[in-house]
Design a protein around this ligand. Sequence first.
Ligand SMILES: [Zn+2]
Length: 303
Amino acid sequence: MKSILVLSVILGQFLLSGAAGVWNYTDQAAWSSMPGSQCSGSNQSPINFPPMVEMVYSENLKAFTFTGYDQLVTSPTIVNNGHSVTVTFTNDARVSGGDLGSTFKAAQFHFHWGNDNTRGSEHTYNGMTYPAELHVVHYNTKYADISEAVSKPDGLAVLGFFIEVGPIHNCNFGPVIDALKNVPDKGNTSSLTPFKLRHMLPMQLRDYYRYMGSLTTPPCSETVKWTVFRDRLYMSEEQLQEFRKIYFDLSKSKVMVDNWRPPQPRNGRKVYISFDVNANSSPVHLVNLSLAIFIFCVQWLAM
Ligand SMILES: [Zn+2]
């Protein structure tokens, strides 16, 4: 059973990394001509989120329920797949609620980042880019595994988080960042110190943006219910720099930077928001962020 699970995770990663075909971030125009590609479809990701007034508040976008997110991940493995670093695990972490319409199981997470802090995120907000973006990829548990789900219209749910530069190290990313030095080249894999998925995420997960889109890498399958959260994550400048020290290839000729796809046309798609901008804003947003990171690092490690 366990070997099947591991195989499923690896296969899912294979599909999501686009390893079924050779592609790169330099020539994204070529993605559309790859076999089975939907990259020139009309429901592509990422997108630019418009100003708040142009997004639609939906009462259906209730709070998410996370299960297993507060457990230590088991068999965490980080892979340099030549496009990003992807972390997989074998424990059962799920998300439901939030008008997802089903329960979705976490399969992996990965990052997109820039050559410098002026760019790196895939989604943008009102034209603004961020230095990096975290994607936690889930598949619908009505399907056997992620490889089956990836081609289904309701197959995937990805949680996205903008990452900004913070004043101090965010220790919640420590296990991932410490492991980056072990995966400098394409194909490298490494174990990493177990951690809790919940610790990586912002405290406040109630406010988010929602739209229907696609994978942001070939084959750009239009099977993703996207959730991008209003609250940002933070890393120190030094932590972001660690991502910029690994390579796209085996010969260390191409530093892995700018592994992001730019915003795609919305083509009339609505973007929904889970919070009413006309109501009182949550006071959580007023928390001093560096203090919050510090408290989390101390308190959460003690849990
Ligand atoms: Zn991604």
